[in-house]
Design a protein around this ligand. Structure first.
Ligand code: NAI
Length: 326
């Protein structure tokens, strides 16, 4: 069984190839992203394996169907880049709903600690034998209020981590979990009260630009914003203005609205065309990682195993439980 694998990185080959071989699947690894120009590479394949920045719109779905592709196996949890409604009745879709909520939640805390204790600055200083502490004053997390938006698998692990630090946790979720012991508030109150806000909800029409020029004014002055969810939850230009106005204290971004053009690739030595991203990165109180939160050995192994199991179940006409569209 052949599967076209788009947006391949070395760590994907390392984690997927052994599982594929053991289960009679030949992955055709392509570095290019899946889009209208590259869909033809899936010719002769039963399934296509795609990731967060591939484009699976109506045109791509039509082309994949013409080529005889039956299954889209997303090797991620989020699927905002897939036209789910258009795919119905045309292309079956599976995904990996959970692979390591710990990986993402721990990365969110790593970004937060790095940012507020200026570890990124200290690291560069001491490598240059500069042992001065000027400008490195941080603040305690203990006793601060963290607002968690989205209390699903990742949000809850993040809540546990924050409680371990002695933080006061408040949360907003469109579908609050019953009997969870979580102190839910509405989003306005969360924005008003939080010293730190961390996003763990999916990108939908409702969550698009939750942080915007309108909402930034309602945030506590000096707030630290963490986004390990999806870039478009935050209007990046508005965020930049909020930082320049010194209203936002710091931003920790593992995702970015226009990340599809730059993240996961090496642009060192190039001139970055995205002025907003370049300006954000130039700020001393902004930390950007390149959609890295998922990248742990445990998560990669789980992603490969679940994706292969999803494809095998499909090929046998069985349900994996991870179907999005069938
Ligand atoms: P989940 O499905 O377990 O939890 C999502 C939560 O968001 C649910 O509790 C849901 O009720 C809530 N929600 C839905 N609509 C909402 C709304 N309009 N407002 C507030 N909350 C809403 O998902 P999980 O596994 O916790 O993942 C969360 C997000 O993390 C994913 O959607 C994905 O975008 C992102 N992610 C990022 C990764 C990275 O490497 N940076 C890796 C994996 C996921």
């Amino acid at each position: 069984m052949k599967v076209a694998f788009f947006d391949t990185k070395n760590y994907d080959i390392t984690s997927f190839e052994p599982y594929g071989k053991d289960n009679g699947i030949t992955f055709k690894f392509y570095e290019t992203k899946l889009n209208e120009d590259t869909a033809d590479l899936a010719r002769g394949c039963l399934a296509v394996c795609a990731f967060v920045n591939d484009t699976i719109n109506a045109a791509v779905i039509d082309r994949l169907c013409e080529l005889g592709v039956k299954l889209l196996a997303m090797r991620c949890a989020g699927y905002n880049n897939v036209d789910i409604n258009y795919a119905k009745g045309k292309l079956d879709i599976v995904r990996v709903p959970a692979y390591s909520p710990y990986a993402v939640a721990e990365h969110a805390m790593a970004l937060l600690l790095t940012s507020i204790r200026r570890v990124h600055k200290a690291y560069i200083r001491t490598r240059d034998f500069n042992f001065s502490l000027n400008g490195l004053t941080g603040f305690d997390l203990h006793g601060k209020t963290v607002g968690v938006v989205g209390t699903g698998k990742i949000g809850r692990v993040f809540i546990d981590i924050c409680r371990g630090f002695g933080m006061q946790v408040i949360a907003y979720d469109k579908f609050p979990a019953e009997n969870s012991g979580i102190d839910y508030v509405d989003i306005d109150e969360l924005f008003r009260r939080s010293d730190v806000i961390s996003f763990h909800c999916p990108l939908t029409e409702e969550t698009y630009h939750m942080i915007s020029s309108e909402t930034i004014g309602t945030l506590k002055k000096g707030v630290v914003i963490i986004n390990t969810s999806r870039g478009a939850l935050i209007d990046a230009e508005a965020l930049l203005e909020g930082i320049k106005a010194r209203h936002i204290g710091a931003a920790c971004l593992d995702v970015y609205e226009e990340e599809g053009d730059v993240f996961f690739e090496d642009f060192s030595g190039h001139i970055i065309a995205d002025d907003v991203l370049a300006r954000l990165i130039s700020m001393p109180n902004v930390i950007v990682t390149s959609h890295q939160a998922f990248l742990t050995e445990e998560a990669l192994g789980n992603i490969a195993e679940t994706t292969v199991n999803n494809i095998i179940a499909y090929s046998k006409g069985e349900k994996s439980g991870n179907e999005l569209v069938i």
